[in-house]
Design a protein around this ligand. Sequence first.
Ligand SMILES: [Zn+2]
Length: 225
Amino acid sequence: MLRRAPARPDDVTASAPPAADPQTVTTALPGQPSAQPADDPFCLNTRPGQGPERCEFTAKQQQTVGFERYAAASLTSQALTNLSRGDPYLTTLAKRVFHAANPDMSQIRSTTSQILDNLRSKPVVCGTCADEDCYTAGVVAHVTDDLSTIVLCQRFFQTSIGEMRRTLVHEAGHAAGVGSGGPPPEMYCAEGSTGCVDPCSNLSGDLSQNVDAWARFIECAAQSG
Ligand SMILES: [Zn+2]
């Protein structure tokens, strides 16, 4: 269910409110082998539940989060503008991305609007390796159980600018309730597919509740103006 870097896994954790503690979760565990694979060493010598789950972003990380959040909101805002024009291409795009025969464009506009609201207003906090999801190899971000908060793990900052933007749209989609009722594991659109003809061709079935498909739809809808 959880992938390496360009993944946005989200098995959600019951999270404590953001703590002001700095990230100091590096306690060694003598004799306790780490579950972290060698190629994903972020949480070596730590384990979930040990120490604070939240950290403070460094000044540089805070700047990156601000920039990426703005980029994600701008993208989603452009997608919403294009959707509101009623261009039939957007219906075609929705059919292609969501594999839906008859997409409900009014519902799609409403969800896109919710995602935009989330990008502008949801708290985005720093997750340590004590956070069970951030501890999991490959996880870059997740939303809390109550959908109130987007948690960025340290791996987030190792991904590209485009991947960070996509991750924020993806998590804002979860916060809007997309895919929250679906059965695990969450499926992701193939990372290599960049076009808008069928960006989630690796997945089958209706993808209207697949939040990764939503991130692709918003990227493609924003380009369509
Ligand atoms: Zn997800």
